[in-house]
Design a protein around this ligand. Structure first.
Ligand code: C2E
Ligand code: CA
Ligand code: CA
Length: 757
């Protein structure tokens, strides 16, 4: 740049100097020349006239004119202009004969004019004018010109130089900007110059590389000047090949297998024989794209196809089945007993089982069949069929191979499977329909004694019925079609009603009276259980408050809380609200929870239970003995009572096994200082046995069926009256069992119980 600016400076100085000189000299010179020629012209004219006037005197007085000094002087002093002009008359010897009186300042401009007498020169007249004014004006003009020229010179000399400098500065800035981008690029940038090596072939020689090319792509500074084939063990040979004869941009993917890396090389000619190559390391990108693809198409736990890929495969299989005129079976698997294991033994145990199921299925299906996991414990096998019977064989074979025994954490667990089967084209012609129908069939295969089940149109009707029931349930909630019945729970010692269990019923305008077993599972599955549970809780509390206000003796109110209700909603808030709205003492409220719902998330459960305990609410475990928990495990929760499931009570008098279980539950509960309740007590023998073994409370048809509110109030009133009549009847043990027996069940169509002794 310095060299450039010096040469620009030299040439601008020269040009400005020439221009300044011209500006200085030319106006003064022009003025001088013009003034000079004007003065010359005037002198010529004046001189001619004067010479002629003197000539006339000479002619008139040829002998004496030289002596007529005065006359001559007068003639010479006669002037036509104001300008001073000296006129001197010389004889031929050069002596002054006469002269005018004017004084003129030197320097002078003089002209000599001959004076003739009869054709002979007799004298010379010299006319002179002063050049001083002209020279002064010329000098002035010169000075002014020089001044202007000086100014012009400096301007002309500096302006282009400044423009060049600013252009250079901005060029430098933009170059620096691009340089920093170039240096900080994550992509490697290598500049090559193409050098012809033959008529048809050109080589690429490395000219420059950016830091990323060095650090990421393993180039070295020493590589500069090398041919492209000598770089990185010839990795870039395809780039050289692709650029032969093509002045266009090329994009190539290159794999450096030894290092397990993949690059994208974008080479583009930049003109002047330069080629820039942009190098991007896409190893990680490719790896994550592959992982994403795996995630998109494969189940990450088992490595089987996922739903999306299954639908895709089914589409293909349907296409070929249609072409070949054959059938295709979709077998929908669902594991039985998996959920409780997952809930009680943890997700890791569940995952181990799922992986093992996948392994067993994989080794059992034919190569041409498709196996997928839909999520959860659902698997699907899609197989083309020769005959429809073939589908049963496949299902049977798979079930046999899918041995239900699994070993998890050193324990043996049993996980069976139910299979629903839909067959193309009869049960559907699209993957979605076939899957949906196989799923419907699978629900039917869940029935006891059924392992697999083919889809039928009636099943769909059942499903539709389920959907209708769901919407009816929502409507029932809005229209307040639910109501409560209350089943008394008797104190085994005193025989008095110690508590009542609130049991929900639905009075449907279309279906009539519907019992909870028909709608609670659906309410749980759809979430309706949360508002329904809230309604039950609040209604039960309000009723209890009303009864107490009406003079009933204090009894506990037992409310069933569904597992999903307990897990999902803010049960504690609902309980507080129920207490606030009804004004009932929460010490009289008892919540019945099931074991499985408690051990799903031990920490959260404990926190909730302690919160409830803090509100003074009692907590009981319903259907005890059917879940998977151990008493030891439950010790960590603030539980007040256990309710032995009625399945154990049913045969407690006849089957020693059942008796042993009931005895064990009562024994351990006592050891843990828990209150024990037996439900489903239907006979006197059962009641006596349980009371004898130490059961604290008894509930069942033997005493009362679930009662309407009015009937319950009657029972409570009768009991109060009896107590008033016989104030000291509070006996113990068997006496209590017999005393409390009211025969109320008869009103509900139950067998008439034995009258008290
Ligand atoms: P559960 O909690 O075990 O309730 C006791 C069930 O056993 C009641 O059936 C009752 O009628 C029946 N039962 C009582 N004594 C005997 C007996 O001596 N023999 C026989 N065989 N059965 C007896 P219900 O009312 O049909 O209720 C069935 C189940 O529905 C309940 O079982 C409970 O799990 C659920 N349920 C009822 N009401 C509610 C509710 O408000 N909320 C929730 N979440 N579940 C409820
Ligand atoms: Ca219950
Ligand atoms: Ca129960």
């Amino acid at each position: 740049m310095i060299r450039h600016s010096q040469s620009i400076r030299r040439s601008t100085t020269l040009t400005a100097g020439i221009l300044a000189t011209v500006l200085t000299v030319v106006p003064a010179a022009i003025y001088f020349v013009m003034a000079f020629s004007h003065m010359t012209g005037v002198i010529e004219t004046e001189g001619e006239i004067n010479a002629r006037v003197v000539g006339a005197l000479v002619v008139a007085n040829p002998k004496m004119w030289e002596f007529e000094e005065l006359r001559l002087k007068e003639l010479l002093s006669r002037r036509s202009t104001d300008t001073a002009e000296k006129r001197v008359l010389y004889n031929l010897k050069g002596q002054v004969i006469a002269e005018s009186l004017d004084k003129v300042l030197p320097p002078l401009l003089s002209r000599s004019f001959p004076v003739h007498d009869a054709g002979h020169r007799v004298a010379n007249l010299v006319v002179s004018r002063s050049l001083a004014p002209t020279l002064m004006v010329t000098a002035l003009l010169f000075c002014l010109g020089a001044l202007a020229a000086g100014f012009a010179f400096f301007r002309l000399r500096t302006v282009p130089l400044r423009a060049v400098e600013s252009a250079y500065r901005s060029l430098k800035q933009s170059e620096e900007k691009y340089r920093s981008v170039y240096e900080s690029l994550n992509e490697g940038l290598a500049l090559f110059r193409s050098v012809p090596v033959s008529d048809t072939e050109t080589d690429l020689v490395l000219m420059d590389i950016n830091p990323a090319a060095v650090s990421v792509f393993g180039f070295e500074r020493d590589d500069i000047g090398k041919g492209i084939l000598d770089l990185q063990g010839g990795l870039f040979a395809p780039v050289r090949e692709a650029l032969q004869g093509t002045p266009a941009e090329v994009i190539l993917e290159l794999a450096q297998e030894a290092a397990g890396r993949v690059f994208i090389v974008n080479a583009f000619p930049m003109g002047d024989g330069m080629v820039a190559t942009l190098l991007e390391d896409v190893t990680e990108k490719k790896r994550s794209a592959e992982q994403l693809e795996n995630l998109a198409y494969y189940d990450s736990l088992t490595g089987l196809l996922n739903r999306r890929m299954l639908l895709d495969r089914m589409e293909h299989t349907i296409g070929s089945a249609q072409r070949d005129g054959i059938k295709m079976a979709t077998l929908f698997f669902d594991l039985n007993g998996f959920k409780p294991i997952n809930d009680t033994m943890g997700h890791e145990a569940g995952d181990q089982i799922l992986i093992e199921v996948a392994r067993r299925l994989k080794s059992s299906v034919r190569k041409k069949d498709t196996l997928a996991r839909l999520g959860g414990d659902e698997f699907v096998v899609v197989a083309t069929l020769d005959t429809e019977d073939n589908a049963s064989c496949i299902a049977q074979n798979l079930l046999r191979k899918l041995n239900p025994v699994y070993e998890v954490g050193g324990r043996e667990v049993y996980v069976g499977a139910s299979i629903g089967i839909s067959v193309y084209p009869g049960d559907g012609t699209t993957p979605e329909t076939l899957l949906k129908n196989a799923d419907i069939a699978m629900y039917n295969a869940k029935k006891p004694g059924v392992e697999f089940c083919f889809y039928s149109a009636q099943m769909n009707q059942k499903l539709q019925e389920r959907t209708r029931l769901e919407s009816d349930l929502w409507r029932a909630l809005e229209r307040e079609e639910f109501f409560l019945e209350y089943q008394p729970i008797m104190d085994a010692r005193t025989g008095r009603v110690a508590a009542v269990e609130a049991l929900v019923r639905w009075m449907s305008p279309e279906r009539g009276r519907v019992m909870p077993d028909s709608f609670i599972p659906l309410a749980e599955a759809t979430g309706i259980i949360v508002p329904l549970g809230e309604w039950v809780l609040k209604t039960a509390c309000t009723k209890l408050r009303q009864w107490l206000d009406a003079g009933c003796l204090p009894i506990r109110m037992s409310v069933n809380v569904s597992g999903c209700h307990f897990m999902r909603s803010e049960l504690c808030r609902m309980v507080e609200e129920a207490a606030e709205q009804s004004g009932v003492d929460l010490a009289l409220l008892e919540l019945e929870l099931t074991e499985t719902c408690l051990i799903k998330d031990v920490e959260e459960t404990a926190a909730k239970l302690w919160h409830l305990k803090g509100l003074n609410v009692s907590i009981g475990i319903d259907d005890f003995g059917t879940g998977y928990s151990s008493l030891q495990y439950l010790k960590n929760f603030p539980i007040d009572h256990l309710k032995i499931d009625r399945a154990f009570i049913k045969n407690v008098c006849d089957l020693p096994d059942q008796r042993a279980i009931v005895d064990a539950i009562i024994g351990i509960a006592k050891a843990m200082e828990l209150h024990v309740i037996a439900e489903g007590v239907e006979t006197l023998d059962q009641a006596e046995y349980l009371a004898h073994r130490g059961c604290d409370e008894l509930q069942g048809y033997y005493y009362h069926r679930p009662l309407s509110e009015e009937r319950l109030l009657e029972v409570l009133r009768e009991e109060r009256e009896r107590l008033q009549l016989v104030p000291d009847t509070a006996g113990v043990g068997e006496a209590g069992v017999r005393e409390t027996h009211t025969g109320d069940a008869a009103g509900d169509g139950a067998p008439v119980p034995v009258q008290p002794v």
